[in-house]
Design a protein around this ligand. Structure first.
Ligand code: G4P
Length: 529
């Protein structure tokens, strides 16, 4: 396989995820991107997944939902000369640590904001995760067909709250009932809005030049205001600076209405042009460039398969360099074993096919019978581990309550195996025999309880526990660490990798501990060892 091919294929890839608060329009946007990318058939099944999301108490429905989300976890589609990989970030009840960790496997993100609601809580959290790697972010302000907030106010809010500069690329002409279109500040063209276009990929009329007399004809009184506003916007806002965007300091902003397919072509065209291709990635020994000929990749997510009878799981691997070929032998660095991968899955949006070749930026799914872990690195023999695929401190905690005390062994085994999938984390307090489960999404407790029952025959519930947050402990001074271990014992636990964790009943408690122990580090993420 020539080096040139890897370079060419890598250059074509755009691997990204959507970050947004629930209901801002992520599902609709995903569908429309696939529609524009020509993978129309799938548009329905993204919706289908949403319909299933309410039936969480029904295990079969949950399995079905999770099953569908295996296929929609990664959606690959071609656009112009590029291959786009869109990674799903579970967002509603299925929100979990996977959502955060998926952001470690992308090269850029698209932030979708509801024009009426502005910056919301979940967006702030996801943005914090993007910050860990300075991920470049494009912004789409959605639902322009509804009355919303003033675009300048919205951009101010993004700048203030998310601490990223905004550079408008398109600008809305009216809003709600008076939405007439968007103006592309750099192409100097107006794309007219026609609500009847909903559901189809119709272009809508595009008029070149803000001075075009046709605009006077069509927009009447509105055109004078628009020309004035654009002059103001061009004078007062940041202009697009590609380097600042790539450093994660500036976000290009687009306006539109996802449900009406409006403003998406502008976004997608600029996305494939400016968004970064596969980036070089840090490892324990060196930086790996995407166009290196030898294969490297890491696992960022493990998902149970549809059939609960088989403990078969799919490991999602991001390819960082080289080429993956069907039947290839890869070194699993942690175990130092060479494993043959005969049946990797690829994620063409139209169906889940089997991989022949896959390139940097692509995601492949590998069948896994419990031997692969999150954070695992695969290479063609080189001893290196990708870094930056951490565990995130859980935000919700529950104590496992066993109904049949004789099943303790099975419970421990089940919990530690399920925690290896990475959506939940297990903590064992130093001072008692509790088993405390931590997650970042509430549905995870229900999923674990149900799977313990089905797969391990353990009847267990999860009850409230007085824990609000957790921090991994690190300290180079052994004496200090031992002192801390004794003094803070009632707040300490070990996680499933046997790492020491401070478990705080409140934010205030955590703050006080941090102040009292200035030489101890309290970390909100932990790298996989
Ligand atoms: P999410 O995945 O971020 O949670 O959002 P989703 O796409 O499901 O969108 C949330 C709601 O907002 C949906 O309405 C969707 O139709 C609507 N929506 C998305 N884009 C636009 C837009 O550009 N304009 C308007 N007016 N609405 C938009 P729903 O009533 O919850 O669902 P549905 O019955 O329409 O499917």
């Amino acid at each position: 396989m020539s080096e040139l091919l890897v370079q060419e294929e890598a250059k074509k890839r755009r691997t990204f995820a959507i970050i947004s608060h629930p209901d801002a329009g992520k599902t609709t946007m995903t569908e429309k991107l696939l529609l524009f990318g020509g993978a129309i058939q799938l548009a329905g099944s993204v919706k289908g997944r949403k319909a299933a999301r309410h039936a969480t108490s029904d295990w079969m429905a949950m399995e079905k939902e999770r099953g569908i989300s295996v296929t929609s976890s990664v959606m690959q589609f071609p656009y112009k000369d590029h291959i786009v990989n869109l990674l799903d970030t579970p967002g509603h009840e299925d929100f979990s640590e996977d959502t955060y960790r998926t952001l470690t496997a992308v090269d850029s993100a698209l932030m979708v904001i509801d024009v009426a609601k502005g910056v919301e809580a979940r967006t702030i959290k996801l943005m914090e995760v993007c910050r860990l790697r300075d991920t470049p972010i494009m912004t789409f302000i959605n639902k322009l067909d509804r009355e919303g907030r003033d675009p300048i106010d919205l951009m101010d809010e993004v700048e203030d709250v998310l601490k990223i500069r905004c550079a408008p690329i398109t600008w809305p002409i009216g809003m709600g009932k008076s939405l007439k279109g968007v103006y592309h500040l750099y192409n100097d063209s107006v794309h007219l809005f026609d609500a009847r276009h909903a559901g189809k990929v119709l272009e809508g009329e595009v008029i070149e030049g803000l001075d075009n007399p046709r605009l006077d004809e069509l927009l009447g009184d509105q055109i004078a205001d628009l020309r004035e506003e654009i002059e103001l916007v061009q004078g007062a806002s940041n202009s697009f600076d590609k380097e600042a965007y790539l450093r994660g300091e500036l976000t290009p902003v687009f306006f539109g209405s996802a449900v009406n397919n409006f403003g998406i072509a502008e976004l997608l065209n600029d996305f494939v042009e400016y968004a970064p291709g596969p980036q070089a990635r840090a490892t324990t020994t060196r930086e790996v460039a995407a166009d290196e000929p030898k294969f490297t990749g890491f696992v960022f997510k493990i998902q149970a398969n549809m059939d609960p009878q088989h403990r078969d799981r799919i490991a999602f691997m991001r390819i960082c360099s080289g080429v993956f070929k069907k039947g290839m032998k890869l070194r699993q660095v942690r175990t130092a074993k060479d494993v043959k991968i005969p049946d990797a899955l690829t994620f063409m949006a139209s169906d889940r096919g089997h991989v022949d070749d896959a390139f940097p930026g692509d995601i492949i799914g590998i069948h896994n019978h419990g031997t692969i872990r999150i954070g695992d690195t695969f290479t063609q023999g080189e001893e290196l581990y990708f870094t930056g695929i951490p565990n995130f401190a859980p935000e919700l905690f529950r104590r496992a309550q066993l109904r049949d005390p004789l099943k303790m062994k099975q419970l421990q085994k089940g919990l530690s195996q399920l925690c290896e999938e990475g959506a939940t984390q297990l903590f064992k307090p130093v001072s008692n025999n509790d088993l405390v489960l931590g997650a970042v999404g509430i549905l995870q407790f229900e999923v674990v309880a149900q799977r313990l029952k089905d797969e391990y025959n353990v009847d267990c519930s999860f009850e409230a526990v007085n824990v609000q947050t957790a921090r991994w402990i690190s300290c180079d001074d052994e004496k200090m660490l031992n002192q801390f271990k004794t003094k803070a014992a009632s707040n300490l636990s070990y996680d499933h990798a046997n790492e020491l964790v401070y478990i705080a009943p409140s934010r205030v408690n955590l703050q006080m501990a941090i102040e009292r122990w200035p030489d101890i580090q309290f970390l909100s993420t932990r790298e996989h060892g």
